[in-house]
Design a protein around this ligand. Sequence first.
Ligand code: BGC
Length: 767
Amino acid sequence: MNKISITCLAFFSTTMAVIAAPLVDYKNPSLSAEVRTDDLLSRMTLTEKVGQMCQYVGIEHIKKSEKYLTLKEMQSGDAHGVYPNLHSSKMPDLIKKGEIGSFLHVVDPKEANQLQQYASESRLGIPLIIGIDAIHGNGLVNGSTIYPSPLTMASSWNLDLVRQSSVETALEMRATGSQWTFTPNIDIARDPRWGRVGETFGEDTFLVSEMGVAVIEGLQQGDFTGDKKVLANAKHFVAGGEPVNGLNIAPMDLSLRSLKQDHFPPFKRAVDAGVYSFMAAHNEVNGVPAHANRFLFTEVLREEWGFEGFVVSDWMDIERLNGLHRVAETQTEAVYQAVDAGLDMHMHGPNFLRPLIKLVEQGRITEARINAAVRPILLAKFRLGLFENAQVDASAASDILFNAKHKQTALELARQGIVLLKNDSLLPLPQGKKIFVTGPNANNHTMMGDWVFKQPKENITTVVEGLRAVAKPSTSIDYFDLGSQVKTLDPRQFAKAAKRAKAADVAIVVVGGNALRYDRKGKTAGENVARSTINLYGEQLALVQAVQASGTPTVVVLINSRPLAEPWLVENVDALIEAWEPGALGGQALAEIIFGEVNPSGKLPITIPRSVGHLQAIYNHKPSTYVRRYIDAPTKNLFEFGDGLSYTQFKYGKPTLSASRIAENESTRLSVTVKNSGDRAGDEIVQLYIRDNFSRVTRPVKELKGFKRIHLDAKQSQEVTFDITPDTLAYFDLDMNWRVEPGDFTIMVGSSSRKTDLKTVTLTVKP
Ligand code: BGC
C-alpha cells in the first residue's frame, strides 16, 4: 500500500469510529434539555445524584480561612464557611468523584474555570453551577458594576431600570464564571432594627412583588437558555423580614392570614414569573423552622403554586435544625427533615451527602424524591449551556464589567432612587457658592451597601468627588475630613467643623450607616448587624448640630440602609436627602441633585418612624392601630411610605372611574390627570391605593395596588390610568377564600400614601 492509501484508510477508519459511536443523548446538544436530563439521570449512581444536591464554598475562600484562622476559630462559628475536618487540598478529589454539584463564593473567574475543569474530569463530566450573592450587581467580584442597593432601587419605583440592571448583572456574572444569583430578596421588611432592610425592596407587599418580578425577568429572561442569562433565586421563604426583636434568624410567629396576604404574594408572583430557585429562610415560622417546613416547601410552593425549579437551603441552616432549633436530634435527622420538607440542595459543605445516602438506603427517603431534586438542577445546567462550555474567557471580562452602558444604568438608578425628604427652599444650590462639606460618609465607599467586597477606588464616586466633579469653577468646595467611620467620630473636631461651616454659604453634612461587608469593625448594618435603636449612630447627630449651630444653612445627606429615626434632623436642618446606598456612581447622582442638574424623584418604599419605640410602623396598618396615642411623644411617623419631594410641583385632578358600580368579577378603569404646575421638568410617581370600606375581616386603612412613573415637562399634563381588576379588590375572607366582597371601596390616587396627598373616588361592587 502506498502512503496515500494508508492515509485514506486511517481517515476512513477514524470517521467510521466517530459514526459508529454516536454521542450519548445527554452529550448531544441537538436534543432538548429535557431529553438530555432524563438520559443523564438514568446513568447516574445514587452518590452522583446526591452529589448534585451538594454545594460548597469555593476552594480559595476555604484557603483564606485556613490561612487566617486557627482551627479553634474555624470550629467556633459557622460564618467562616470552612469545613473543620476537610482541608482545601481534598476538594479537587471530591469534585472529580462527582460528590459536589455546586459552589458559592467563587469570586475569581480563574478559580471558576479550575473548578469546572475538575468537574469535567468526573465520570460523567457534569459541570458545576456556581452561585453568588449578586444582589445589586455582582459586588463580591472585583471590578463589577455596583448598582444602588435594592432599597434604593425600590425608591426609584422604576421597574424598567431595575430589570435592565439585572440583565447587565447577568452578563457580568456569566463573564466571570457564575450562573446563579441568590436574589431577589423579596422579604417584607417590617422592622428597621433588622440589619438586612437595605437588601430588600421595603415594606410593601405589592411594591416588593413588582420589584422581585422585574429582577427575575432581567436575570432569567424567560427560561435562561444560553450563556448570557442566569438563574434567579426567590429568598428567603418566608417571613424573615419581621423577626422577633429585629434580630436576624430570630423566630417569626404570625397568623396564617398575615402569611398569606403579606408575606406569600411576592413569592407566588416570583413563581408565576418563572423563578427557577428558592431559598429557605433562616427563621422558624410558627414553630417549625423554614428548613424543615413541609407546609411551605411542598404543600404551598409545589402543590399549590406549581413551582418546578429547585430549593436551596441557606448557609448552615440544615445543621441548625439540629444545633440551634433542636427539632432534629442528629444531623442525619436534620437532613431527613429538610429533604422531606422539599429542600433540594444543601448550602453548604460535607455534612449532607453521606447522611442522605444513608437515608435512601434505609428507605426513609425514596430515590424518586432524590430524582425530583436532581432533575431541575441538571435541567438548569443544560439550559445554561454549561455542558457545551463551562469555561469563561477571563480576559474578555474587562469589556463587560463596569462598562459605559452598565455605568449609565447604575447612575440613572441612583438619580431616580435618591429621595428628597425636606427642603426649606435651600435646594437646588446655585453654582458660585462656598460649600463646606463634612461627615463620615462624605468621602468613603459606604454608598455601595452590603454584599460588596472592596472595589477599585477609581470605580467609586464618593459624595465629595461627585460634588467636585459637578461644581463649576465659580463654586468652591471645602471638605473637612473627619475620618470615614460613622462609629468613631471624634467630637473634639466638631468646633473646628463649625468654624469652617460658618465661613461657608452652605454646609453639607453626610452621615448615616455602614453596611460594608469587608469593614467588619465599622459596620452598623448588613447581615447579622441588628440595632436596638434606629437613630444616628454615635456622635453623628452632635456633629450635625454643631454645624447647624454655626448659622450656615445646612443640608444633611443620609447614606444608610434602613429607616433612620432622628426627629431633630427633620425639625431643624434646612434640607434632608435620603440617599440610601446609591451605588458606585452615587456621589455623582447626589451632586447632580444638589446642584439641580437632576430633579429628585425617588419616593420612600418604607415608613420612617419617630423612634424605635414606635415600631411596628407600616403605612398599611389596621384601622384600630392609632386610635390611642403615646403620652410621651407624638404618635406620627417622621415620613410616610411613598413620600418624596421634587423641585417642581404636581397637581392631581379629580379621579374618575370608567364604571363606578361593577359586579364581583368585573373590572373598571381609573383615570386621573396629573399636571406639572411648576416651572421645571420632573418625574412623578403616581400611586394608587385602595381601601375596602367595610369587610367581614378587618382590612388595612390603605393598600398600594398600582404605581406609574411619569415624566412631565413644566406645565405639562398627562392622563394616567389604572385598571382595577377583581384581583385588586379581593382579599382572604372569613373562611380564607380569596374573593371580592360586595360593598364600597375607596380608591385613592396621589403622590404619597398620606391622606392629604390622595384624591379619592368611590367604587361600588354590587352584591
Ligand atoms: C444569607 C443568604 C445568602 C447566603 C450565601 C446567607 O447567610 O442569609 O441570603 O444568599 O448566606 O451567601
